[in-house]
Design a protein around this ligand. Structure first.
Ligand code: CTP
Ligand code: CA
Length: 217
């Protein structure tokens, strides 16, 4: 209801949200990408702004309009996303929803041409934006990560929370049709345990998470 979500609960708070995929170039015309529509992250940015937060949304390449009241910074690669996140600090909370590419290729300066043998991609690991932020001197009070898993969802998400130093992990099972869809089934993994949320529209997952963030700040 309107009364349950006053528009000033996050007034004066700056919240950083990452969303979308990253594109890691192979050559000037090709890239490696993660599967992500950006919808859940954009919905979270919008829900936080509706509670009065100043929201910086660092977005990979997506086909979505910028939510009202949100400052959007567009990036392409994981390394650009890491730089944009660092430049946007300080923040009171960070919600890292982006499907960040784990590796980048040594990009060829010119378009690769088809030949007798296909090219070999030499990959290097990208910076872990969430883990870096969670351990930085400018660590936001609340650091929330996402974990898209295809199996042993809770087990992987619980390990990820500890490994990355996040306060919360929102885990979702992506073995079904969640990618690009309107709904999401998530589990909120915190130091207190695991909450299983029912299957909800992404906008409702966003509203609930924003309300929880307001409680925590
Ligand atoms: N993440 C990040 N920077 C990266 C990789 C991931 O900030 N280079 C963030 C994502 O935005 C997400 C969380 O970390 O909030 C978990 O991402 P995920 O890909 O599930 O974790 P990884 O540690 O990369 O593990 P995996 O091997 O399962 O991909
Ligand atoms: Ca990953």
């Amino acid at each position: 209801s309107f009364l349950a979500t006053p528009a000033d609960r996050l007034n004066g708070k700056h919240i950083l949200v990452t969303a979308g995929p990253t594109h890691e170039p192979i050559d000037p015309v090709r890239y490696i990408a993660n599967r992500s529509s950006g919808r859940q992250g954009f919905a979270i940015a919008e829900a936080l702004a509706r509670l009065g937060a100043r929201v910086t949304l660092v977005s990979g390449p997506v086909a979505l309009p910028t939510p009202t009241g949100v400052t959007r910074l567009d990036v392409e690669t994981a390394r650009e996303m890491a730089e944009a996140v660092a430049a946007a600090l300080p923040a009171d909370a960070a919600v890292m929803v982006a499907a960040v590419g784990d590796w980048h290729a040594a990009a060829a300066p010119q378009k690769l041409k088809k030949g007798e043998t296909p090219p070999t991609l030499v990959l290097s690991e990208n910076p872990d934006i969430l883990a870096t932020l969670a351990r930085s001197p400018q660590r936001p009070k609340l650091v929330v990560g996402f974990a898209a898993e295809t199996e042993r969802v809770i087990e992987h998400a619980t390990a990820k929370r500890l490994r990355k130093g996040a306060d919360w992990i929102v885990a979702n099972d992506v073995s079904g049709d969640v990618m690009g869809g309107e709904a999401n089934t998530v589990h909120l993994v915190t130091a207190d345990g695991v909450e299983d949320w029912e299957r909800l529209p992404k906008a409702e997952v966003a509203r609930r998470l924003a309300a929880r963030i307001a409680d925590a700040l």
